[in-house]
Structure formats: structure tokens, C-alpha cells
Design a protein around this ligand. Structure first.
Ligand SMILES: Nc1ncnc2c1ncn2[C@@H]1O[C@H](COP(=O)(O)OP(=O)(O)OP(=O)(O)O)[C@@H](O)[C@H]1O
Ligand SMILES: [Mg+2]
Length: 232
């Protein structure tokens, strides 16, 4: 595995302005993420962890600073180029699962492949096989037809993990992925997420309030006053 970072963020700034008030959330945050390494992102509530993940996952743009994803500068890309790159390179797991309620578990997992490049009709069989394998890899081969409301919280998060990893993304971002689960289920989900990320060689950044979760990662960054500091 090379030591060239999958993701390199340099000097990111982000200010939100609402009703005349402006709030500088990120004030020069920098970090590198390496293939196969999992990094915890900690910091008090409201310090900007989710904001940072949204920037790194190309869901929002920084006011200043550079982001290199797999060697490509992302901040000046058009909306559509950015969406394509995100679909290919980034998997995102949210605290609230964010599954599409009208779709089955299988269809939710398949969705990123439907959005991928190339003729869907020509690749549909292999993509369906891939979704089946992804569901099996999270232990839910027997829940393919269930809709999100027919699944437990832990099962919904497993579906979300399968969806995040089906395209074998170079970068996996997880925002408090166990925050809505009981301790035991949360621990199982965390083990699964870290194991699959490591197996796939993804660079993984995981926001968490739990020191126990952070201890399972290879290293930790703390977000404070808009900047990132490596934990001692
Ligand atoms: N779209 C937005 N418009 C205005 N302010 C925002 C917006 N998004 C976030 N903020 C503000 O930015 C700050 C950082 O929010 P963020 O959600 O990134 O924090 P966090 O570290 O993820 O917190 P938590 O640990 O509670 O999830 C908060 O004070 C929030 O109110
Ligand atoms: Mg947050």
C-alpha cells in the first residue's frame, strides 16, 4: 500500500452565515488520510465534525483551502463532475442511516451502482450480484426484501454500510455511525465497519464522541477552535 494520501485536505475554512450572524466553524483545518488506515475524528458538539465530513465527502464546499481526493483537486469541480467523483470514490455512513424508505434493503444497496457510469442494462446482472454479496457481507442476506421500517436500527445501519462500500470507495466517511444504536449493537457495527474498510483498503474517517470507539481506530484527530490536532 502506498504512502500517498487518498485524501489530503489543506487549510480548510468554512463560515456559516445565518440571519446576519456569521459563525467561523473551520479555520485552517488540515489532514491526510492513508489507504487502509482508520482515523477517529473527535471534538466537542458543535465544533464542526459533520461540517468537515461534508466538505471531505464533496457534499459541501470550503470557503478556502484545498482538498485532493486520490490526487485530484476537488474544490473547483462542476456540480456534476463532483457528483460523479463522489459516487466513484466516497462512501458515506450517517448517524441516522439515511436509507430511502420506499426501497428494499437490496434496492438501497444497489442504488449507487444504478448511478454509476455505463449502461445500466448491460451491467444490471453483475451489479445485482454485487448488491447481493454486499448485503451478505454485512450479514443481511436474508433481509433483502425488507424495507427500512421493517428493519431494526442495527440492521438499517448494516444496509447503509453495504451501500457505502458497494463501489469499493477509496474513502469511507462515517458520521457517528453508532450514535443511534445500543452499546452492544453499536460495537458490532463498529467492528464490521472497521473490518470491511480495512479489507477493502479504504481510508476511513469516523466522527465519534466515544473514546472507546476512537481507541479502535489507528489514530485520532481532535477538532478544536476550527483546527485539527493529532491526539497525543
Ligand atoms: N448549514 C448550516 N447553516 C448554519 N450553521 C450551521 C450549518 N451547519 C452547521 N452549522 C453550525 O456549525 C457548527 C458546527 O456544526 P457541526 O454539525 O459540524 O458540529 P459537530 O461537531 O458535528 O457537532 P455534533 O457533535 O453535535 O454532531 C454548529 O454550531 C452549527 O450550528
Ligand atoms: Mg455532527
Amino acid at each position: 500500500m502506498s504512502n500517498v494520501p487518498i485524501l489530503s485536505a489543506h487549510h480548510l475554512f468554512k463560515t456559516f452565515t445565518l440571519g446576519g450572524d456569521s459563525l467561523a466553524v473551520l479555520k485552517g483545518a488540515s489532514l491526510d488520510l492513508l489507504a487502509g488506515k482508520t482515523v477517529a475524528l473527535m471534538g466537542a458538539s458543535g465544533t464542526g465534525k459533520s461540517t468537515l465530513l461534508h466538505l471531505l465527502g464533496l457534499l459541501d464546499s470550503p470557503d478556502q483551502g484545498t482538498i485532493l481526493l486520490d490526487g485530484k483537486e476537488v474544490q473547483n469541480l462542476s456540480q456534476s463532475a463532483s457528483s460523479k467523483l463522489r459516487a466513484e470514490k466516497v462512501g458515506f455512513v450517517f448517524q441516522q442511516f439515511q436509507l430511502l424508505p420506499e426501497l428494499s434493503a437490496f434496492e438501497n444497496v444497489l442504488m449507487p451502482r444504478r448511478l454509476a457510469r455505463g449502461s445500466w442494462w448491460n451491467r444490471r446482472k453483475q451489479e445485482q450480484e454485487r448488491a447481493k454479496e454486499a448485503l451478505e457481507s454485512v450479514g443481511l442476506g436474508n433481509r433483502a426484501k425488507h424495507r427500512p421500517t421493517q428493519l431494526s436500527g442495527g440492521e438499517q445501519q448494516r444496509v447503509a454500510i453495504a451501500r457505502a462500500l458497494i463501489s469499493q470507495p477509496a474513502l469511507l466517511l462515517a458520521d457517528e455511525p453508532t450514535g443511534n444504536l445500543d452499546a452492544q449493537t453499536g460495537d458490532e457495527i463498529l467492528q464490521l465497519l472497521l473490518q470491511l474498510a480495512r479489507e477493502q483498503g479504504a481510508a476511513c474517517l469516523l466522527a465519534t464522541h466515544s473514546a472507546a470507539v476512537a481507541a479502535q481506530c489507528d489514530s485520532t484527530f481532535i477538532l478544536k477552535n476550527g483546527e485539527l490536532h493529532p491526539a497525543p
